[in-house]
Design a protein around this ligand. Structure first.
Ligand SMILES: *Cc1c(COP(=O)(O)O)cnc(C)c1O
Length: 362
């Protein structure tokens, strides 16, 4: 070695673009760009977080037992096979660190979540992008892209930013079709928004090559705290725990997440409110010529005529204090992803898009 160089792959990483939260010169902005819960977290989670403030001199639990047990109880899972991370992003990173690497391939779809590619490159592996079928995960296309170098296949169900979902039978067909050395990662960041859906947990139970990831950042409204978790076969969880730092999740975050997952009434209240305003917003936008696929998440992917119209609408929304997400980086240049806000936010979005469609410009 002759120079101070990073590992191969690292300089190929394009920095993650988060949702914007400010517009210069405009007050009263509504941020609808990061799929955050507009209702905030459970009061019980906030209380638990406050209580944890009295013990900040103490290191956090390193085995996350209390949170894992609460997750196990609420979701009917074996707490021994739950691993917690600083957001599910960290679980994705652990998976890549442990299973990907130089000479290995990591599959994700063309409109898949950006962290899959970033984590694969950070581990020195080769990301492989697979086409979708009209913004829906295409199992046959994924299976066709598999090689003897495939180590991980990432897919979110429901997917972000498309909001679409594929049937459990299709996911099972994907798991069945993978070669022995490949692990299927089911990202369930939006699973809680789908009434009665287990996020893929039953498939994890039934097979040895499936891992599920979940997060407290979306329905539970704790994005600022960074807590996520994974569920998988014992062998996989044991591997991931070796690369996990012992104090990777802070104590206030563990305490708040535990209270949040146990507050099932609040979680279902958030689920119901989201579904109600998602349908209302999607229908109202469709009526004024802005269609979207049926979304199962807490956002919709609004489609415009072309890139120019999507960008002009985004600029107009910003001028009205409404921040949504451009998704050209997800190969969707003519769409905008709009988080389902509270009633007033949804009404403001529809009003502004109607004005835009009627000829208003920023
Ligand atoms: C938001 C999101 C995540 C992760 O979020 P964390 O805050 O790191 O838990 C993971 N996957 C998808 C698809 C997401 O949209």
């Amino acid at each position: 070695m002759t120079r101070i160089d990073p590992q191969p792959g690292i300089m190929d990483i394009a920095l993650y673009q988060g949702g914007t939260s400010h517009v210069a010169g405009i007050e009263n902005v509504v941020k609808l760009s990061s799929n955050e819960n507009p209702l905030g977290p459970s009061e019980k989670a906030i209380e638990a977080y406050r209580r944890a403030a009295f013990d900040l001199n103490r290191y956090p639990s390193s085995d996350h037992r209390a949170l894992r047990q609460a997750i196990g109880k609420v979701h009917g899972l074996d707490p021994e096979r739950v691993i917690c991370g600083a957001g599910s992003d960290e679980i994705i990173a652990f998976l890549c660190q442990a299973y990907a690497g130089p000479g290995r391939e990591v599959i994700h779809t063309v409109h898949g979540f950006g962290m899959y590619r970033i984590s694969a490159l950070a581990a020195g592996a080769t990301p492989i992008e697979v086409l979708e079928q009209e913004r829906v995960t295409d199992v046959d296309a994924i299976l066709a892209a598999v090689t003897d170098r495939t180590c991980l296949v990432f897919m979110a169900n429901p997917n972000n930013p498309t909001g679409t979902m594929i049937a459990a039978s299709e996911v099972a067909r994907l798991a069945d079709g993978l070669p022995d050395q490949a692990l299927l990662v089911l990202d369930g960041a939006y699973a809680e928004y789908v009434e009665g859906y287990d996020g893929g947990a039953s498939l994890v139970e039934a097979r040895t090559n499936v891992v599920m990831t979940r997060t407290f950042s979306k329905l539970y409204g704790l994005g600022g705290l960074r807590v996520g978790w994974g569920y998988g076969p014992t062998e996989v969880i044991e591997v991931l725990n070796r690369v996990r730092g012992p104090f990777n999740v802070t104590q206030p975050a563990l305490a708040a997440a535990e209270a949040a997952v146990l507050d099932e009434d609040y979680a279902s209240h958030c689920r119901v409110e989201n579904a109600r305003w998602r349908t209302w917003m999607a229908d109202a936008l469709a009526e004024i010529g802005v269609p979207s696929d049926v979304s199962l998440g807490n956002f919709i992917l609004a489609r415009f005529a072309d890139k120019a119209e999507a960008e002009a609408c985004d600029a107009y929304l910003q001028s009205q204090g409404l921040i949504v997400r451009r998704v050209a980086g997800y190969n969707l240049p003519s769409a905008l992803r709009i988080t389902v806000g509270d009633e007033s936010a949804c009404r403001r979005v529809v009003h502004a898009v109607r004005q835009f469609k009627g000829g208003a410009r920023a």
